[in-house]
Design a protein around this ligand. Structure first.
Ligand code: GLC
Length: 653
């Protein structure tokens, strides 16, 4: 868009560009800058327009973007151009992700490189490498308390190791996702050290206060994120003699985005990792980017403006790179992190589908899909060119973040229902086979969240211990059922490492003082490769899970209706144990997904559905098993904890 004020500013900025930049070939950079500059200017002005140095800051911004563009390796520039042409590439059903720690899945980065064939064996082609940057040893928050944004933790390897890992992945057409922890730094980051030493410039990188007056005001409305281990949102720093805002752990200092220098530094870091070869960047804790007195300091409008600005700038220097929003917030808020408009107000192309995740767990505990259906109905439609990251487990706890109104709507009482879920998953509820652990109990509000590996939460751990074959099969079926739902829902399924072989809670964290009070470590396991080898031995849990999932992944990749073009219809059926939706594709036929959350067989009257895309005459076939399910008249029989991907076409027809 052409607009006089911003355009004349752009001309001025380009005229003042450092001479060394002028010598470079900036052709593509300039076209993209021209296309995005109006928007960059408007956003920058909205955020920083009241500052006297705004003009200079914009100059700095453009120069940093140009420098990173110049640094961009040829191979990434090429993929930028390819992705520009094929801009819906990430909506395809071909993509399947896995998230892992390099020192959990393997020993370190070089060892991880030797394990790459495993991803191909399973069918995974996006790898989310959990944060591996330098962190203080006993105050790392699992890699999210970064003390140097450009240095890899030496225990894990070097920059050269990462480079050769990425090269290996690229050879095998596997994409890589890297984290940028945008909301905070470790208190041992150089900026924090300088602030501590009294450097005013770096004190302005954070929220630092002389006394409790402002912090007390903030505390009135800010919730606590880690109430057990790090209550409150501010920490007294003895050396500085001041209070610092620390929303997460007391050693994680929140960055002050009302300072444009912070914005520019963090953009530079994002572009730096884009240039190291990240295909996708996961932006951590984005809901927290803007702090405002009198608010919860989450989901503020300015947090969205910052993300739009990051996106617009990234599109100039490294346009092929996508963003994942990690915003584990209320359903109506999550959706906003895609942006308000796919072209003029874009934020992140991908967002964690925390709503679906939490609702799936509700269905597991209640054995019915009432809240799952209700919760999804209230989830607003997302933008085109935006997609979900669908997951069952990740490295974090499970928050029961559904809407109270939805809980009421299906006839439960929110407080009691949440308590039931916590009791169920922590095994306190009688009959519950789960072995989860509470996380983040807040005695003031009564809230709690849940930790635990998928296998332990669905009862595989307790069933194995009891040697109860029937319960083992139930747990295995449930693990496959849940995966079938993240693989068919629409979006990129993100498998959590170890779940593909039924890894149970890893209790070794209890021996480490710096981890013992954070139950999330129970589900950040060290992979037992002898156990993983059993995936090749028939009649083992590992083999049933791994081969089931492997098959599911390969079938998913062949079903065009599973690509994400907002082509899903939830279907309301009378049987509450069933979760039913249809995925449609006008050229290639539709698929009816049916999942039974109950431990008894259930039936579905196909007449209720208007056939959900299935014709009355064809033979109904389950694409996963390749078999026709049991039918009596129009009643479809669904075995306990079983799923179907039904079609009336033969896949290859
Ligand atoms: C994100 C991470 C979580 C971390 C938090 C603070 O939510 O996923 O693990 O504790 O940010 O960095």
């Amino acid at each position: 868009m052409y607009e006089q004020i911003s355009h004349s500013l752009l001309n001025e900025i380009l005229a003042d560009l450092s001479p060394e930049l002028e010598r470079e070939d900036l052709r593509h950079f300039f076209t993209r800058l021209g296309a995005n500059f109006y928007s960059i200017y408007c956003l920058f002005h909205l955020l920083y327009g009241d500052r006297e140095d705004m003009r200079q800051q914009m100059q700095n911004l453009v120069e940093r973007m140009a420098r990173q563009y110049i640094q961009r390796p040829e191979i990434n520039r090429k993929s930028d151009l390819e992705r520009e042409k094929n801009h819906n590439w990430f909506l395809s059903q071909q993509w399947v992700g896995m998230a892992l720690y390099s020192d959990g899945f393997a020993e370190n980065l070089p060892d991880l490189r030797t394990r790459v064939p495993y991803f191909q064996e399973l069918g995974v082609n996006i790898l989310h490498l959990m944060p591996m940057l330098k962190c203080p040893k006993s105050k790392s928050d699992g890699g999210y308390a970064v003390s140097d944004f450009r240095e890899i933790e030496s225990r894990l390897g070097t920059m050269a190791d990462l480079e050769s890992l990425i090269e290996e992945l690229r050879k095998r057409e596997i994409l890589i996702v890297l984290d940028v922890v945008v909301n905070h730094t470790s208190d041992e980051h150089e900026w924090a050290s300088r602030a501590r030493q009294g450097d005013k410039r770096y004190q302005d990188y954070y929220y630092i206060f002389e006394n409790r007056e402002v912090p007390n005001m903030f505390e009135e409305t800010m919730p606590e994120i880690f109430p057990e281990t790090s209550p409150g949102n501010f920490t007294w720093d003895e050396e500085m003699g001041k209070w610092v805002m620390t929303v997460f752990n007391d050693y994680q200092w929140d960055l002050n985005y009302s300072n444009p220098e912070v914005f520019i530094e963090m953009l530079d870091i994002i572009l730096f990792w884009a240039n190291q070869g990240a295909d996708i960047i996961r932006l951590d804790a984005v809901a927290f980017l803007w702090k405002k007195i009198g608010s919860t300091c989450q989901n503020e409008r300015e947090a969205h403006l910052i993300l739009q600005l990051l996106k617009d700038c990234c599109q100039v220097s490294a346009p092929g790179v996508l963003f994942i929003a990690e915003a584990i917030v209320a359903p109506v808020e999550i959706i906003k992190y895609f942006g308000e408009d796919a072209v003029i107000a874009k934020e992140c192309e991908i967002a964690y589908n925390a709503t679906y995740m939490a609702l799936l767990w509700d269905a597991v505990a209640t054995k019915n899909a009432k809240l799952l259906n209700q919760g999804l109905k209230s989830l607003p439609d997302k933008l085109d060119r935006a997609t979900w990251l669908n997951y069952i487990r990740c490295h974090d706890d499970i928050g029961l973040g559904f809407d109270d109104q939805d809980i009421f709507a299906v006839g439960y009482q929110p407080k009691l229902h949440r308590q039931f879920l916590i009791d169920f998953f922590t095994g306190a509820y009688e009959d519950s086979p789960a072995r989860g652990l509470p996380f983040g109990r807040n005695n003031k509000t009564g809230d709690a969240r849940i930790s635990g590996s998928l296998a332990s939460l669905v009862g595989l751990e307790s069933a194995l211990e009891a040697g109860d074959l029937e319960r083992i099969h139930h747990a295995e079926n449930l693990i496959l059922l849940l995966h079938s739902l993240i693989l068919s829902f629409g979006g990129i399924p993100l498998i959590y490492y170890g779940d593909e072989i039924g890894t149970i809670n890893d209790t070794r964290y209890l021996e480490d003082e710096s981890k013992a009070n954070d139950t999330r470590w129970a589900h950040r396991p060290k992979i037992d490769w002898e156990k993983a080898e059993k995936r090749k031995q028939p009649n083992t849990v590992e083999c049933r899970l791994f081969s089931g999932l492997k098959k599911m992944i390969s079938v998913r990749k062949e079903i065009p209706a599973f690509a994400d073009f907002n082509n899903r219809e939830l279907l309301t059926v009378a049987n509450p144990h069933l979760f039913v939706f249809s995925r449609f594709n006008y050229n290639h036929g539709s698929v009816l997904v049916v999942a039974n959350f109950d431990s008894s067989p259930q039936h579905l009257n196909l007449d209720e559905l208007n056939m959900g895309g299935l014709s009355r005459h064809g033979v109904i076939m389950d694409l996963y098993s390749g078999e026709s399910p049991a039918l009596f008249k129009n009643q479809l029989i669904i075995p306990p904890l079983h799923f179907y991907w039904l079609t009336d076409h033969h896949r290859n027809a």
